[in-house]
Design a protein around this ligand. Structure first.
Ligand code: Q9C
Ligand code: ZN
Length: 343
């Protein structure tokens, strides 16, 4: 199994974030990707290659043009506004009752217009890193198209919280969704995205909510008590043609393998019924028991089980890295999931 990664993905390097009502040290940092890479090298799963370059077309199939241009131009706009902070946060949003149909000219208005939280600081190189992360997922999709049975897109920054026109939850471009859409555009009939990150994949769900060609399943902490709070309930089943193709498994704080594994079993049976041509796994390591921002209790060996169960689906599989914040164990847990799949 090949791994795709570019050092450009390290250029987005926030030092702080707003979380739980206060400014804290950033969790989504370059060291995450570096430790995973180190362990992938040691595990010798196969070649580690840089992403290919892509035009913006594949990204624009998932994200709105004005949003992509905002991300691309952000640092220039910020400097033109005479602002000097290196890490930038939105602080006002067009929530219920406010206008969504006029994009503000002011940079602070734009920041809130295109985001849903204050936890995802942007800097001078955020766009470069996010684009490179998306290209990593796209290159992984191309490997699957060329006949590889599996590939690992070591994406960072992550993607599953990003909507068509919103960033948040450390995510700017929805890497898994971009890969799924690319596969569809290259002639793959049906794609499943299985999201095992601790947090609900709100962006991915929203992007494919009215579609029957991309099935979405997510196992995550109950949004009643966990980020992203406003999406991820069990009764979100899809709309229009997409009705019945969205499946959420919200689980309580404290969940360990017994209940988590049951949800995975149910998800895998649902995937088998859909009979996808390709499975994309939004691979988060944050269900881990010692993750600093999670309340689940999966153990290192449970990640092996996850990989092994996914392998039983017998589908070409693209693993796309999402969250996971205990740097010390991130590399081990990630390689466990992948070796569980391969063995
Ligand atoms: N106590 C990903 O895993 N902070 N994003 C929530 C709640 C935001 C996680 C804090 C978590 C975003 C890709
Ligand atoms: Zn997460």
């Amino acid at each position: 199994m090949k791994t795709i990664f570019s050092p450009d993905q390290l250029l987005h390097a926030p030092t702080k974030e707003i979380s739980d009502g206060k400014l804290v040290a950033a969790h989504e940092v370059p060291a995450r990707a570096e430790i995973i890479l180190e362990h992938i090298r040691k595990a010798q799963f196969g070649e580690i290659q840089p992403p290919k370059e892509f035009t913006l077309n594949a990204i624009l199939k998932v994200h709105d043009t004005d949003y992509v241009h905002f991300l691309q131009d952000f640092w220039k706009l910020w400097q033109e506004a005479g602002r000097t902070e290196e890490e930038v946060f939105p602080f006002v949003w067009p929530v219920h009752g406010l206008r969504h149909d006029i994009v503000p000219d002011h940079i602070d208005g734009k920041l809130g217009f295109y985001s849903f939280d204050a936890g995802s600081p942007m800097g001078a190189h955020t766009w470069t890193a996010a684009r490179s992360s998306a290209e990593t997922a796209l290159t992984g999709a191309d490997l699957i198209l060329s006949g590889e049975g599996a590939a690992f897109a070591l994406c960072r920054p992550p993607g599953h919280h990003a909507h068509r026109r919103l960033y948040g939850g450390y995510c700017f471009l929805n890497n898994a969704a971009i890969a799924a859409q690319h596969l569809r555009d290259q002639g793959v009939g049906k794609v499943t995205i299985l999201d095992v990150d601790y947090h609900h994949g709100n962006g991915t769900q929203a992007i494919f909510y009215d579609r029957a060609d991309v099935q979405f399943l997510s196992i995550h902490a109950d949004p009643k008590v966990e980020f992203p709070y406003y999406l991820g309930h069990a009764n979100e089943r899809g709309l229009k043609e997409g009705a019945g193709y969205n499946h959420n498994y919200p689980l309580p704080h404290g969940t360990s393998w017994d209940k988590w594994g049951e949800a995975l079993e149910d998800a895998c049976r649902t995937i088998m019924k859909f009979a996808p041509d390709v499975v994309i796994v939004s691979l988060g390591m944050d269900p881990y028991e010692n993750d600093p921002i999670s309340q689940f209790r999966l153990k290192t060996d449970d990640f092996t089980r996850i990989g092994a169960r996914i392998a039983q689906l017998g589908c070409p599989t693209l693993f796309v890295m999402e969250g996971g914040y205990l740097i010390g164990e991130l590399g081990v847990n990630c390689t466990k999931a992948l070796s569980g799949y391969l063995d």
